[in-house]
Design a protein. Structure first.
Length: 304
């Protein structure tokens, strides 16, 4: 599988496994992770808040048998402070970040993290303090690279200008193409996009009609239910395999680091990988025509 390289030299597979959907039963989760390895996936994405740390433990325990492989890359996230009663509050403070990494390392069974990302963030955060925390973790050898998970343009731009982030995790697909307006700036800073939601809640799959009715009854962004349905139908006239098309669209972006796919079963993962492989067969003219059928979306909030 294609590997993309971060500024630090860290190589990540062009398809990564989003581990949030694995559940809390390691017996069910382990075969999915093993199959991901078989498919050439080497990037595994988790977060300290997923199932209150259980997800990190499952990922760490399952990947332990592959610890001799230097190409396995594990990323986790921080910022959602878990309280004793099970609820969370947003905490991007240096104190929390440098404390939380200890728990994540313990859960994952690691001495250091390949990639540590801030799990959200607003322009009102103590931004320089947060950045300082990640920089110190790098200097201490506890983190190889760091990034943010954000869809807020003002936050993204601040980190691009004032930090050494290497990744930005962002919802990104053929329909939700809002981040396109930032791609040139992201790429010029040698930062890579981790594209989550590549099939947009299932809308960009063979079940698009059912998903449209189940999840998009009120429309979304600049789309009404009707215009979204018409747009999907129009795109399918050009390329019927919406998943492969969306993967092709993402792979065509210079700033792409990895397409993050979730999977709650081996079969679902197999289907995603099949479509990723098929995406290479879609030509530029087909992609260009399909992209011309969808709206150019822009961010409307958190601009300054």
């Amino acid at each position: 599988m294609q590997k993309n390289v971060l500024k630090s030299g860290l190589e990540i597979s062009e398809v990564g496994l989003g581990c949030m959907s694995l559940g809390t039963d390691i017996v069910k989760a382990e075969p999915i992770i093993d199959r991901a390895i078989e498919h050439g996936i080497t990037y595994f994405d988790t977060a300290d808040m997923y199932d209150k740390g259980i997800n990190e433990k499952i990922v760490g325990k399952t990947l332990k048998k592959y610890q001799s492989r230097e190409d396995i890359v594990i990323g986790t996230k921080v910022g959602n402070h878990l309280k004793d009663d099970g609820t969370t509050f947003w905490d991007p403070s240096k104190k929390h970040i440098k404390s939380a990494i200890k728990s994540s390392l313990k859960n994952l069974g690691l001495d250091y993290l390949d990639l540590y990302q801030l799990h959200g963030g607003t322009i009102d955060d103590p931004l320089d303090e947060t950045i300082s925390a990640f920089e110190e973790l790098k200097q201490e050898g506890l983190v190889r690279a760091y990034g943010i998970s954000s869809i807020r343009p003002n936050v993204i731009k601040y980190y691009l200008e004032h930090s050494n982030i290497e990744t930005i995790m962002n919802q990104f697909n053929l329909i939700d193409n809002r981040v396109e307006s930032l791609l040139d700036e992201i790429h010029s800073n040698k930062v890579k996009i981790l594209a989550r939601g590549p099939v947009f809640k299932g809308l960009l799959t063979a079940k698009s009609n059912q998903i449209l009715d189940d999840k998009f009854e009120d429309g979304i962004f600049d789309y009404s239910y009707q215009t979204l349905g018409e747009t999907i139908a129009s795109v399918k006239e050009i390329e019927s395999n919406l998943t492969a098309l969306s993967f092709n669209y993402l792979s065509s972006q210079d700033a792409l680091g990895s397409i993050i796919v979730g999977a709650s079963s081996v079969e679902q993962l197999d289907e995603n990988i099949k479509n990723y492989n098929l995406s290479a067969e879609i030509g530029f003219e087909t992609l260009k025509a399909a992209r011309g059928r969808v709206k150019n979306l822009e961010y409307t909030q958190h601009l300054n």
